[in-house]
Write a protein that binds this ligand. Sequence first.
Ligand code: FES
Length: 150
Amino acid sequence: MINNEELLSFTGFSKEIGDLIPLLQTCQKQFGYISENSVRQIAHYLNISENHIYGVASFYSQFRFKKPGDNCIRVCLGTACHVQGSQHLSDEIKSKLGIEPGETTPDNRFDYEEVACLGCCAQASVVEINGKIFGKMTPEKLGKIIQDYE
Ligand code: FES
């Protein structure tokens, strides 16, 4: 993976304000988040203020400003999963990892997100870890799976 301190490549962009979102998406894809360094470089490239970039980027939930953790845990709180008790999965993660949705553990090992549906409702309750789906989850099973990732 490319070090975030390296200069971004702006090849293919035209220095137009309309390039802002595609540039942010490029950073997000390349580094997993939008760093202060990336914002500074984009501001310089497009000749706009850093505040303008933060204002635009913070409107979209796809962009994050903190470095992601090594493992991303997503708990579904959609209707099918909620009915199957997914709130208990959320409680298990909060208690075990000591973080709230949208946060990263201090050791950067885990991110935690809550989502509306992971598209596999028949397996409710569902948890996704690093893109892998775990269905029919219980807090006990989830606790053991998290241990495997620790
Ligand atoms: S509601 Fe949880 S996967 Fe659809």
